[in-house]
Design a protein around this ligand. Structure first.
Ligand code: CP
Length: 306
């Protein structure tokens, strides 16, 4: 039962609970009426302290499609935080106005802190470079819908694996499934953090690291591209030096397996050439759409309306 529970990091939910959400999301997508007014009278508060297009708007669309309504801000300067109010006080008050809170914040650990002061479930929409569990649900539901499951897959993560919270969350979540091989593709300055590698080692999940995407392209079932996270760099020159480390083109995809899929949490900057958008391997816009259905499944579950 997910009713009343927060989602701070992917491992807060079991694999079985994930699977229930994937099934629910598929049913929601396939039916125009299923659960459509189930959240009537419920309020979702969205507190976004960092920019967002997909996460905020897909949550708000999800809530409205379920018949509920939304309050919140996308610009923290318009809230009383700009007058010095603490996050704890903000969350305490907003939780008395709403039935669930979805929050994005630049500081690692902020969602966990919010959950300690909230009287309603907190959904972490990204806390710094740490976690983004609803993007993980989006990524997993996309892989499952298109490839049928996870076992036996070789998954390549490419780009900014140091700061990319979607990579950290998805790797942790996939590490719970059996028989997955991870390939981390990045310059050494943007390598996946040691703590993620330690988690994989503890789970006996095989992984390799390389800087060369061309050397591994033909092995991959999933290529997870990521943006170099400019906002997390302390040095702009370092960002400029690394930002175009990888630019995926149709030519580079030629050695790929027939059914290989390219995912990207988006936003995309330069790392995927727009010519790839119409390539048979590209599924990142469908992935963004699946994000709304999985968030409908999540909201209806944690709000206890099923
Ligand atoms: N994938 C993702 O988190 O996108 P936004 O930053 O637009 O929400």
């Amino acid at each position: 039962m997910l009713a009343g529970r927060s989602l701070i990091e992917p491992e807060d939910f079991t694999i079985e609970e994930f699977e229930d959400l994937f099934s629910l999301a598929e049913n929601i997508e396939k039916s125009k009426t299923y659960l459509r007014n189930s959240c009537s009278g419920k309020i979702l508060a969205s507190l976004f302290f960092e920019p967002s297009t997909r996460t905020r708007l897909s949550f708000e669309a999800a809530m409205q499609r379920l018949g509920g309504s939304c309050i919140g801000f996308a610009e923290p300067s318009s809230s009383s935080l700009s007058k010095g109010e603490s996050l704890a006080d903000t969350v305490k008050v907003v939780s008395s106005y709403s039935d669930a809170i979805v929050m994005r914040h630049p500081k690692e650990g902020s969602a966990l802190l919010a959950s300690r002061y909230s009287s309603v479930p907190i959904i972490n929409a990204g806390d710094g470079g740490h976690h983004h569990p609803t993007q993980t649900l989006t990524d997993l539901t996309t892989i499952k819908r298109i490839l049928g499951g996870f076992s036996g897959l070789t998954i390549g993560f490419c780009g900014d694996l140091k700061f990319g919270r979607t990579v950290h969350s998805l790797t942790k979540a996939l590490g719970r499934y059996q028989n997955i091989h991870f390939i981390f593709i990045s310059p050494k300055e943007l390598a996946v953090p040691d703590y993620i590698k330690t988690i994989l080692s503890q789970k006996k999940a095989p992984y390799t690291e390389t800087a060369k995407i061309d050397e591994v392209m033909e092995k991959l079932d999933v290529l997870y591209m990521t943006r170099v996270q400019r906002e997390r760099f302390l040095n702009e020159d370092e960002y400029v030096r690394l930002k175009d480390s990888y630019i995926l083109t149709a030519e580079k995809l030629k050695p790929a397996k027939k059914n290989m899929i390219v995912l990207h949490p988006l936003p995309r900057v330069n790392e995927i050439d727009i010519e790839v958008d119409n390539n048979k391997h590209a599924v990142y816009f469908k992935q963004a759409e699946y994000g709304m259905y999985i968030r409908m499944a999540l909201l209806s579950s944690i709000l206890g309306v099923l």
